[in-house]
Design a binder for this molecule. Structure first.
Ligand code: HEM
Length: 420
């Protein structure tokens, strides 16, 4: 049922987008989003705790909004958070003490900041990291062999492997692994009681402060003794001849360490669940490993580790004929875009050979995921090691999803398996 409030279409189904719990129930979520795509693809959402926003659920509209990055900006509301957290972030940014990463910025500062990291994610840098990815993939699949026949794949394997790769890239010691793991989970598991440090905005800020303290020390050390790693590139970067402010430097580490971790682990755990729930597709891949690149792309489309980002209209405009006023926010539902029937043939079918597969899991336009090539390589290295060795795999309990409206996926994936 669709209700009309002044000029605005407001479909109750769109409330799922502001309900972290809804993301733990894939059927409810996808049924609601399919309904919205058909009946109210630009729907006004006004629910307690959150500032209102427009829910955008069609692929073409999301691309169109991201393409117009001067009309629709990331500042001041790049992602969905409760109003109190929006306010705290704003206050801290204005005071110069708040997190301000690439996703909080717009051009031209965004362009300058992005340039600092971009070389580290190009094909040449990826080739240099490939051996480390393959080596770590083997270590983790060997770990599965040791621990079998049952384990929680999400917590014991998927969450650890990508973090090691990010730490390698940044140039941090392996001994910092447990600390970074906890911090990234506290940061992104913000809506989920199992990972939260506490419930409030202050707890979230305390997590950020811990990140900052850690990386402040790193910056000091890399400025004194530059090394050949991404951390050194960030610590010693200059824009127009000036070093980055402390806050810009720290925010850079935070985005790399956090964006590069839970996203990829969600894709790996969700990818394995998709394979075991679609045994014909697993057998197809085992029979033809040259399908790995399309299989990896399909896992990323299927899982959608980043659920949404937001933009704010800088002038009165419209989307799909619906008027959007200056200052109003739009939520871009990548989860919905990747199941858009107008773009993907049979979108609810997991197809390891899907081609073309122009999903929006990495976003689009000037903010397109900086680590996309790295994520693809990590996932490919992992499954290239696991799939040929897998004799059998099945669920050993119910998979459990994280309650989050932002980044995440499976928090538990109990499996029973045997390896060759
Ligand atoms: C499967 C894994 C991943 C997914 C699904 C993913 C998804 C995304 C999305 C949706 C965006 C925003 C795009 C937009 O606004 O249009 C983004 C931005 C970003 N991602 Fe990823 N990401 C993944 C892995 C990584 C990795 C491994 C890194 C490595 C450090 C990374 C670093 C970043 C950075 C730095 C940005 C900000 C780019 C900007 O604003 O210019 N991501 N990612």
């Amino acid at each position: 049922m669709t209700a009309q409030t002044d000029h605005r279409i407001s479909d109750p189904a769109a409330r799922v987008l502001a309900d972290p719990q809804a993301y733990t129930d894939e059927k409810l979520l996808h049924d609601s989003l399919a309904h919205l795509r058909r009946n109210a693809p630009v729907s006004w959402v006004d629910v307690p705790e959150y500032r209102p926003f427009w829910a955008i659920t069609k692929y073409a509209d999301i691309m169109e909004i991201e393409r117009q990055n001067e009309l629709f900006t990331n500042d001041p509301r790049p992602l969905l958070a409760i109003a109190a957290a929006d306010d705290a972030l704003r206050r801290d940014i204005e005071a110069g003490t708040g997190l301000r990463t690439l996703i909080h910025m717009d051009d031209p500062h965004h362009r300058d900041m992005r340039k600092i990291g971009v070389d580290w994610f190009r094909p040449k840098a990826m080739r240099a990291l490939k051996a480390r990815c393959d080596e770590l993939a083997k270590i983790y699949v060997d770990k599965m062999a040791d621990k079998g026949p049952e384990l929680d794949f999400a917590t014991e394997i998927a969450v650890n492997y990508p973090l090691y790769i990010i730490l390698t890239m940044l140039g941090l010691p392996d001994s910092d692994f447990p600390r970074m793991l906890k911090l990234t989970q506290e940061m992104f598991g913000g809506n989920d009681a199992e990972f939260q440090r506490g419930g409030g905005v202050d707890d979230m800020l305390a997590v950020l402060l811990d990140f900052f303290n850690y990386f402040m020390e790193l910056t000091r050390s890399r400025r004194e003794h530059p090394t050949e790693d991404l951390a050194s590139a960030i610590a010693n970067a200059k824009i127009n001849g000036e070093p980055l402010s402390d806050m810009d430097t720290l925010s850079y580490y935070v985005i790399v360490a956090s964006a590069g971790h839970d996203t990829t682990s969600a894709a790996i755990a969700g990818g394995l669940l998709a394979l075991l729930q679609n045994p014909d597709e697993l057998a197809r891949l085992q029979g033809d490993m040259s399908l790995m690149p399309t299989a990896v792309e399909e896992m990323i489309r299927w899982v959608v580790p980043v659920k949404e980002f937001m933009r704010t209209a800088r002038a009165d405009t419209e989307v799909r004929g619906v008027p959007i006023a200056e200052g109003e926010a739009v939520l871009l539902s990548y989860v919905s875009a990747n199941r858009d029937e107008e773009v993907f043939a049979d979108p609810f079918r997991f197809d390891v050979g899907r081609d073309p597969n122009k999903h929006l899991s990495f976003g689009y336009g000037v903010h397109f995921c900086l680590g996309a090539a790295l994520a693809r390589m990590e996932i490919s290295s992992f499954f290239s090691e696991l799939v040929p060795r897998l004799s059998s795999v099945e669920l050993a309990g119910d998979p459990e999803f994280m309650a989050t409206t932002f980044v995440g996926g499976l928090k538990h994936l109990p499996i029973r398996y045997s390896l060759k």
